[in-house]
Ligand binder design. Sequence first.
Ligand SMILES: [Zn+2]
Length: 426
Amino acid sequence: MRRFVSSLFTASLIAAVSAHAFGQTLSADERKIVDYIDRNGGAAISLLEASVNIESPTEDLDGVKKVGELYRKELESLGMKTAWLDLPPELKRAGHLIAESNGTRGKRLLLLGHLDTVLRGEPYKLDGTRAFGTGVGDMKGGNLIIIQALKALHAVGALKDSRIIAMFTGDEEDTADPIEVSRRDMVAAAKRSDAALSFEGTVLNTATVGRRGFSSWKLEVTAKTGHSGQIFRDGMGDGAVFEAARILNEFRLALGKEKYLTFNPSLIVGGTTVETKDADGRASGKTNVVAAKAIVNGDLRFISEAQKLAARARMTEIVSKSLAGTTAKITFEDGLPAMSPNEGNYKLLAELDKVSKDLGFGAVEALDPGERGAGDIAFVADIVPSLDGIGIGGTRASHAKGESADLNTLPMLTKRAALLIYRLTR
Ligand SMILES: [Zn+2]
């Protein structure tokens, strides 16, 4: 918290100083980009307000498209070529907006935002410098930073030369299956890019070089059943509930301390009869009957594909060592891949760090990968160097009511993003 407050202080102090204060480290064009962002703060906030006031939970296909249309107009006015990428109707998602500049110089960049929100909309409301409303941080604020940065580049004539793809997905919060279809266009865009930047909310003075992926698992145990007085005896065995308990405890002992790996049993049912459906479970069993079945559902979070596969192998091995009279099996389902920290990601971070220092905003460090949930960047992070967590700052509660973002951070973050994009595309 202290660090948050002091960085805000620095930001407002710097904003008060004239552009000439950092004249040595910024080129003439870069100073013009900074000036543009300072002069157009009001218009930026109006665009944020307009976007938040269009409700766009993932399942509201019209709302998601309307937010896309709002951005599309802005991006077309910069001379970018735009398209709406539909998904097959059975996926029940709105599709994605893509915009492209068609220059010939510098690194080819992929910028990622998303149009959808988790919840239905709470309208935009300003309280001092804190803006409230569904999606204001996650990630209509981040989308705004992309658009303002591109506008600033356009204002100095630097956009037309560049090779930038901006992509705004319509289903980041609830990615449509199969991902081979719903993320095909994103993967294709990454394959013709040299780096990807994603604008999920920042934790101030950090950026994300790695984030964990997740998958789910289901453990199913069956056992001999009979009178409870026979448990542990030859011919009866230990029952399904003890076997489930053994397995979970061995998971914890074997893997519970591994860095960046977590596995959470989220639902457990055991008894004579059991069933589960999605996040619900039912069970029945009298106290004098040995449990015949147990089911456990859980998730698994990991920092690399190798860590995921090793953990799955260890879990499967533990499951196979059944107690007497029981058998068990575990099945895994892929969720989102991990964004593994790598040298290319750290190089992008170093570029951002330099931009930030040149602007007088201080150092930018890597956020602990364990602190960040899964996101769209993970679908391309194994294709191109990637950086995430450079969207609007001071965000709160994006998956709950009362979402808000700190508008004080907006000029600083927009300048950082604009100069990072500018320098990468020179
Ligand atoms: Zn998001």
